[in-house]
Design a protein around this ligand. Structure first.
Ligand code: ADP
Ligand code: MG
Length: 392
């Protein structure tokens, strides 16, 4: 987490007022990929990289923002917020403000200082963390409290409508409701969730392949179309199948031959990955780490072979991880075609794991990776005056 006393000082120096400070974490998805839009299950964890938002009321009717990350200040009248962004970092806080205004929550003029250590654009959802931290800060100056799942839904709406990014609910939900030393099993249909304990002796090591293949956007569209095609075929036989959440592996065995081979594979990934996600939560609860590791390996293979959303660099990173001491499980996380792998690693081996995988990946690919060591961490909250921040 960034320096809390630092952001207080920065806010005081810039705006001459003592702020309240709110934090919201980034996240990593442990298992359950592309299952969200099929109304299936995902299991992310909040990480100990976060955005801090320091806020105080202003005398005027302006929303004045300062991002320490961009070393830039932006100010806009509350009456001119509009409904769409301008491809600038301020879209995230202004989008949140726009949604609160749509909800008829009257946010007065305010000063907001932002500082985050979630790597930007690395797939660890700095976007959800800045949205959630900003929303808690704005709700504070408005004097309004909302349940955290509602905050998550409103932040998702800000990202979908104002920023213009068609994300699901997972990122904002776990940034709001995550808990220290727990993963969060989320039912993307009901938004019901349950916390599954991650043993204290395990770390989350996130390895950034530093590649994002440019065809990712197009492939995402193709995958969604294939999944819809397969769902429609199953629905002809069982009309109650609205989305793949309602379908089973048996349905695929009976009617999969009616699908083009690629469509069958995509559907098989989603149905089995959603099942694996629930099984992984059960295994964490049973402290059965061998099963968690096996499920992560199966999930990676399914993502690679059935969903065909991996890439050579990610496969190399996972293969290397599986050979290292202390590795419980490894897989590609996120939307695919590059990005980060997530690794559950025994904490006493985590530093050596990070050093070894970094060297081996660079040797194999010529690319220097970034490695982030984390623990499953608490969701969004107000940060007290006297909090002593423990650095990683
Ligand atoms: P990811 O969510 O994977 O990090 P996104 O592209 O969805 O990547 O979101 C990253 C963007 O969020 C940044 O480019 C920036 O516009 C905004 N952002 C995140 N954190 C901050 C911050 N502390 N200050 C200003 N903007 C931020
Ligand atoms: Mg994002």
């Amino acid at each position: 987490m960034p320096d809390v006393s630092g952001i207080r000082r920065l806010h005081r120096e810039r705006f001459g007022q003592e702020p309240e400070v709110f934090m919201a974490p980034g996240r990593v998805n442990l298992i359950g990929e592309h299952t969200d839009y099929a109304d299936g299950f995902v299991m992310p964890a909040a990480i100990n990289f976060a955005t801090l938002a320091a806020v105080s009321p202003a005398a005027d009717r302006n929303a004045t923002l300062f991002s320490r990350n961009f070393n830039e200040s932006v100010s806009l009248s509350l009456d001119l917020i509009g409904e769409h962004g301008s491809h600038h970092w301020s879209d995230y806080p202004f989008g949140v403000l726009s949604v609160l205004q749509q909800e008829r929550i009257s946010v007065p003029g305010f000063h907001l200082t932002l500082d985050g250590d979630v790597p930007l654009g690395a797939g660890l959802s700095s976007s959800a963390s800045i949205e959630v931290a900003s929303m808690l800060a704005m709700l504070h100056v408005a004097g309004v409290e909302l349940p955290l799942p509602k905050v998550a839904l409103l932040c998702q709406r800000a990202e979908n409508d104002y920023v213009g990014a068609p994300c699901g609910i997972m990122d904002q939900f776990v940034s709001c409701c995550g808990a220290a030393d727990h993963a969060l099993l989320l039912d993307c249909r009901s938004l019901g969730y349950r916390l599954a304990p991650i043993p204290k002796h395990l770390s989350l090591v996130i390895c950034n392949t530093m590649v994002k293949h440019s065809h990712a956007g197009g492939e995402y569209g193709t995958r969604r179309a294939e999944v819809e095609e397969g769902t429609a075929i199953l629905r002809r036989h069982r009309p109650e199948i609205r989305l793949l959440r309602d379908a089973t592996v048996d349905d695929l065995k009976r009617w999969g031959h009616e699908m083009p081979p690629n469509v069958l594979k995509r559907c098989r990934h989603i149905i089995t990955d959603s099942n694996r996600t629930v099984a992984a939560a059960d295994a964490l609860e049973a402290k059965d780490l061998a099963t968690v590791g096996r499920l992560m390996a199966e999930a990676h293979a399914s993502y690679r072979d059935d969903f065909e959303a991996s890439c050579p660099e990610a496969d190399i990173m996972v293969e290397l991880a599986n050979k290292l001491e202390g590795c419980v499980g490894a897989r590609l996380t996120g939307g695919g075609f590059g990005g980060c792998t997530v690794n559950l690693v025994e904490s006493n081996h985590a530093a050596q794991f990070a050093a070894s995988i970094s060297a081996a990946y660079e040797k194999a690919t010529g690319i220097h990776p970034e490695i982030y060591q984390s623990r499953a961490s608490a969701g969004a909250h107000k940060v007290g005056q006297d909090v002593v921040v423990s650095h990683r």
